[in-house]
Design a protein around this ligand. Structure first.
Ligand code: SF4
Ligand code: ZN
Ligand code: ZN
Length: 317
């Protein structure tokens, strides 16, 4: 089969959502152009300083590869956080991240939950039986990433959320009827606190399988082991994920339509809902918290788990 784009080389990838067969080079270019397009549409200036949150998964390598081409590599700081999950956090992934950052001219720093809050995720979960590991993990990761970016005076935090993640988030927010989250979501970055560094998601229109293929075709070895906490505690996201995969299988391109259509709805919603431009701050750690709260969700979880208050103050950086 010959590539539909260059009509010259052999096709190695089939994109069902546009019924296109592409050779290696045309597929890699297609992903790079779509990511750069997303950044341009979000109005992200090429001269910005950006913190790249890299987990060691396939999305990290696509981000690192494309963003170091879009931004000046010396304006990128990569950050990797070890959650402390036995069997999941591997030394070889950290080593590969270090090597690939160097190849791309990007500085990378490493930290861990243990360093930041005094406990690994596994240790936190021993004390806690009522809240899911993902609730702790996602919340603390966001907090560490945001405070690191703010201290480095970064203009943006770029995360590796892909199209599958984005479509799931749209459906979850609709199911929960969370209008504020719906409005804050969407394609244009929205800043709701001076303490938040604006988040961008350059891969939000790239399918997860495409990030896997991109990493594979570039020879990157990525995290293949699934986090053990996913299977131990199925969440709404896991159920939505399964449902969306079956819809996508029957109607290729469905996930793209969900996110594209939602972006249009979000644009309209933003005009009708007025958001307080500054979120309140948490009394314990000083980070932004949701409207109507005086202690943030992360601190509340640590208090409920009986982790000492002195340890909370380490987050107040
Ligand atoms: Fe953290 Fe949950 Fe992801 Fe595991 S699955 S790394 S606990 S957010
Ligand atoms: Zn081609
Ligand atoms: Zn707090």
């Amino acid at each position: 089969m010959i590539c539909d784009k260059c009509k010259n080389k052999n096709a190695v990838v089939y994109q069902p959502h546009i019924r296109s067969n592409l050779c290696r080079e045309c597929f890699i270019n297609d992903i790079r152009e779509r990511v750069k397009n997303e950044l341009r549409q979000a109005g992200v200036n090429k001269n910005s300083k950006v913190l790249l949150a890299v987990s060691g998964g396939k999305d990290s390598y696509v981000l690192m590869d494309v963003l170091s081409d879009y931004f000046e590599p010396s304006n990128i700081i990569a950050l990797n956080i070890t959650e402390g999950i036995n069997g999941y956090n591997r030394r070889e992934h950290a080593e590969q991240l270090k090597r690939i950052s160097k190849e791309n001219g990007v500085d990378i720093s490493f930290t861990s939950f243990k360093e930041e809050i005094g406990k690994s995720l596994d240790e936190i979960m021993v004390r806690n039986q009522s809240v899911s590991a993902c609730t702790f993990c996602g919340g603390f990761r966001r907090k560490i990433i945001n405070s690191t970016a703010r201290n480095a005076s970064a203009d943006y935090v770029a995360t590796g959320h892909n199209l599958d993640d984005e479509a799931q988030t749209v459906i979850i927010n609709i199911l929960r009827g969370d209008l504020i989250r719906l409005v804050r979501f969407g394609d244009l970055p929205l800043k709701v606190s001076d303490k938040f560094v604006t988040r961008i998601k350059p891969l939000r229109k790239i399918y997860e399988w495409e990030t896997t293929m991109y990493s594979f075709l570039n020879g990157y070895k990525f995290q293949e082991v699934e986090c053990p906490y996913i299977s131990r505690r199925p969440t709404l996201r896991a159920k939505v994920r399964e449902l969306l995969y079956s819809i996508e299988e029957e109607d290729p391109g469905a996930l793209l339509k969900i996110v594209d259509n939602f972006d249009r709805i979000a644009e309209g919603l933003r005009k009708t809902i007025s958001l307080d431009s500054n979120l309140p701050t948490c009394k314990i750690c000083g980070e932004p918290t949701s409207y109507g709260r005086d202690i943030c969700k992360n601190c509340e979880l640590l208090l409920e788990s009986g982790i000492l208050q002195g340890e909370l103050l380490r987050l107040n950086r």
